[in-house]
Design a protein around this ligand. Structure first.
Ligand SMILES: Cc1ncc(COP(=O)(O)O)c(C=O)c1O
Length: 353
């Protein structure tokens, strides 16, 4: 029913074929990866872009390059991409979970601020990981200020939000290190892949030292980069379509507007999947699926993780609610336009009646 995913655009095929014809498909490095690096650096306004094999590895590398090591603490939201928790653990560091912000799906600055005021926590914490989830920007200016005052590194997970501008600065440029993903469901997709972004030379040096052995230890291929370039050209256009679909849903579906009331659709929002809450999630998802709508649950919240594996700040109540109630409308539906979009809004509207 919805537009094909991954996008079946002729310019993607042509870009891949050009790479094949040039013979770059069989080289360590070629024109497409160089062009992609340059274009991402220009779009985000950062001096160093390292293309890598996935967003998950990008987060691990970002932590490593920011100096996170065994024995450090790293703060993240108790509701987040679970791979971020695993990346912290893999480095021998200890995750510290804080609650989610009431007006986004990301880390709440208030408990982070309280943590920064505790002398022992201030010294044990090395970094904070924050993800912009489901198109709603994290309160990143406030988080940046807290990290600056506490002397903590900020790792900005912009995997879901390429092209998002927050208060005039691109997502990915607020952190000491930013990370993008080009995974199979992401707004820019190559099936797999990611990028690590920074303007800090020492961080870039550590990243390069870890990856260049001297072959690139976690590369992105020329063919992947060739598939991404035409998508980068049309990212703003696709972000606009997704935003318009979400606006149409909010305008036309009362129960969804109520279920997302805390997370307003701002002009800055850059949707990937669209999130809404339902107290009867299983029934709701079943009903929507019966109507052939591509929906699914959000992440499992980490608020129940064992105390052996992490520390927790407070009771993480919003994380629990997000983990139990969050539903996601898939990215493919958000690219609907014209009569298809009208049909989507209608089906959603009828689903809960
Ligand atoms: C917020 C967030 N961070 C990191 C990742 C990991 O990216 P990848 O699938 O490229 O490893 C994802 C993927 O879903 C994500 O949504």
């Amino acid at each position: 029913m919805f537009p094909a995913w991954p996008p079946q655009w002729p310019e993607i095929t042509e870009s891949i074929l050009r790479t094949v014809r040039r013979g770059d498909w069989g080289r360590y490095r070629g024109e497409a990866t160089a062009a992609l690096q340059e274009q991402i650096a220009a779009a985000v306004g950062c001096r160093h872009v390292r293309l890598v094999s996935s967003g998950s590895l990008g987060i691990e590398l970002a932590l490593r390059a920011a100096g996170v090591a065994a024995g450090h603490q790293v703060v993240l939201c108790g509701y987040d991409y679970p791979g971020n928790f695993r990346a912290i653990e893999l480095l021998g560091a200890r995750p510290v979970l804080v609650d989610a912000d009431p007006s986004s799906y990301s880390l709440d600055p208030q408990p982070l601020q309280r943590l920064a005021q505790q002398a022992d926590a201030k010294t044990a914490v090395k970094a904070v990981v924050v993800s912009h989830l489901y198109g709603v920007p994290a309160p990143i200016r406030r988080l940046r200020e807290i990290c600056d005052r506490a002397g903590w590194m900020l790792i900005e997970d912009a995997c879901q939000t390429p092209g998002m501008q927050i208060e005039g600065r691109p997502a990915g440029a607020w952190g000491d290190v930013g990370v993008l993903s080009f995974g199979g469901s992401k707004p820019l997709t190559a099936g797999n892949g990611g990028a690590v972004l920074t303007s800090r030379d020492p961080i870039a040096s550590r990243l390069n030292a870890w990856l260049d052995r001297p072959s690139d230890a976690a590369p992105m291929s020329e063919l992947q980069a060739a598939a991404l370039l035409p998508q980068l050209d049309r990212l703003a256009e696709c972000n606009q379509i997704r935003w318009q679909t979400v606006s149409a849903i909010n305008a036309g579906v009362d129960w969804i507007r109520q279920a997302t009331a805390e997370c307003q659709v701002t002009p800055q929002a850059t949707f990937y999947k669209f999130a809404f809450l339902s107290e009867r999630r299983d029934t709701m998802l079943e009903t929507l699926r019966r109507d052939e709508l591509p929906v699914g649950p959000g992440y499992r919240s980490m608020h129940r993780s064992s105390d052996r594996r992490c520390d927790k700040v407070g009771t993480l109540d919003r994380c629990r609610i997000l983990g139990e109630q969050l539903c996601l409308l898939d990215h493919s539906a958000l690219l609907a336009t014209g009569p298809l979009r009208t049909q989507l809004v209608q089906r959603l509207s009828e689903a809960a009646s």
